[in-house]
Design a protein around this ligand. Sequence first.
Ligand code: GAF
Length: 389
Amino acid sequence: MDLLTKLTDSFQQAFPAETPGQQTPLLICSPGRVNLIGEHTDYNEGFVLPAAIDKAIYLAVGPRSDNELHFIAHDLNKTFQGSLTDLTPTHTWADYLLGVVAQFRQAGHQFSGFNCVFGGTIPMGSGLSSSAALENGVGFALNELFQLGIDRIALVRLSQRAENEFVGAKVGIMDMFASMMGKADHVIKLDCRSLDYTYAPLQMNGISIVLCDSKVKHSLVTSEYNTRRAECEAGVRFLQTFYPEIRSLRDVTMPMLDQHLRDTEPLIYRRCAYVVQENQRLLDGVAALEADDIDTFGQLMYGSHEGLSHWYEVSCPELDILVDIAREQPGVLGARMMGGGFGGCTINLVREEALEDFTKLITEQYKAQTGKDTYLHVCKIQDGTNVIS
Ligand code: GAF
């Protein structure tokens, strides 16, 4: 039985005719994302280059006639029951749904309780943004169910606020944006300051985007993520004493950092220098893609990984090993860790004719060096969050 049938069956069993005529739930698909380059730049008002992928969270949703909230996490085999009148964090998976509901309420939107069963194909903790996909899916469903008339960008912002304020992870806007705004066969060049964006066709003639899952789920990710963000903000505050016009690391150059931070604040210097250089790598990478120069783009990906590993210090031994193995394989153009870090996936550009050997070698060598199995996925780039039926 496929996942959508399972979710629909589970919905109908759990909520039989709760509201007459509502046994048939609204079905939503909300995808995960990849990011080709531009990591930890979003919350520094820089650029990112993400896309929505063919791994998603699926939600079956229906309205209730009361104020109750009934959620079923199908893959976890867990249930949650609450009320619109008591929206406080539970420190469980339910917060990704409750947080969105709380943001909608704060924004003044009126709606009744609802039932939701969800499950998905995004491996949890793999750095493919299952949480953003879930938040977007819930927001999208509420907007549809209750005809709230909220546009996609406003939904993205509500998802981000849910994660920042309710879940407590100070994430940037990239993941929600990519999941909601994705377009099949295109990457999104997003300016995270203005939210201006353009879609660029992904012309990867004969090259596949391959994800390698390290299968490491690091407990440090939220706390270290928030620390990195605070370190970047500290760098900006320090530089503002010399350059009051600076608003974020987007406005900072390497000479400014070299002159004022390198000797006095070496740790903050390394963090800020990584971000400034990563923004430039992204701009160079976009120019390389436009010139159909995938070799240069691949080299920039390796540069991104080096920076993330040594300067920003958000990698882990397993991710470094995956990138080191990939670098040695013929037909691999570039590889780097992706997302927040401390585990999850690497993203690799691999020539199609080399895919079979790459799969075999990376699987064997990763197992030999770490004792762990990796899981590989060749990505397709899909449309963003949408109604299935
Ligand atoms: C996580 C966050 F959610 C994003 O906002 C982004 O900062 C990313 O890490 C790093 O680029 O996925």
